[in-house]
Design a protein. Sequence first.
Length: 258
Amino acid sequence: QITAALSKPVFDSFDRGDVKPINVTCFTNYDSYFDLPYAFEEEQAEATLAETISNIGLNQFHCAETEKYAHVTYFFNGGKGDAFINEERLIIPSPKVATYDEQPEMSAQVVADCVIEKMRNQQHAFIVVNFANGDMVGHTAIREAVIKAVETLDHEVGRVLDTAIKADYSVVVTADHGNCEQLIDPITGVAHTQHTTNPVPCMIIDQIKWQLAGEGGLKDIAPTVLHLMGLQQPGAMTGHSLLLKPMDSSNTLKKASG
């Protein structure tokens, strides 16, 4: 609407006042409807994590409930809707409620059950799962519901981690944005229902104790996963593994073998 309001001679979506159309250059070509110049071509994601694992011939499993299913499929795979070879997908229905404060547990238990079953079967080299509670219940900014959502996640993620350790899986736990950690806007004092840009945790569970990089970003997750799997990072990936050097049981850096 902003682009249309600034560029279209005829605009009736809302009262834009006495505004005359101006020359607009879009950041990228996000909608051909406007037929406007744009600064950057759309980037096509190449050699994504799922594609790299598929090309090697390994099996993988992607799982989430309805609210986050696209995030472990279409978005996770770089905007590609179809599954790669040897990529199994499972969608768990989200509860049918008006807002998720009515059922803050959502479908986390069923999602965890399915992931645990797959890990025990030992048929997938890579598993990606997205738990929706922290984000979807966080959007309500209802304190009691958010607490219940996080307590649910604590229990279900704990079950997944316990199984992963027993099944000899390495695990990366992280997020792409915050939400439920901030329920009140610190400036206005009103309920905060949106995503935050706060740094998110990244926890790595592995049989080897690693010295980790002091900081990183989402672009470093895929290289880190490949490192844990003992696979080579494709040149198209611009990030770097967060694993620097292995440490011994006393948390002392091991000497690299050559």
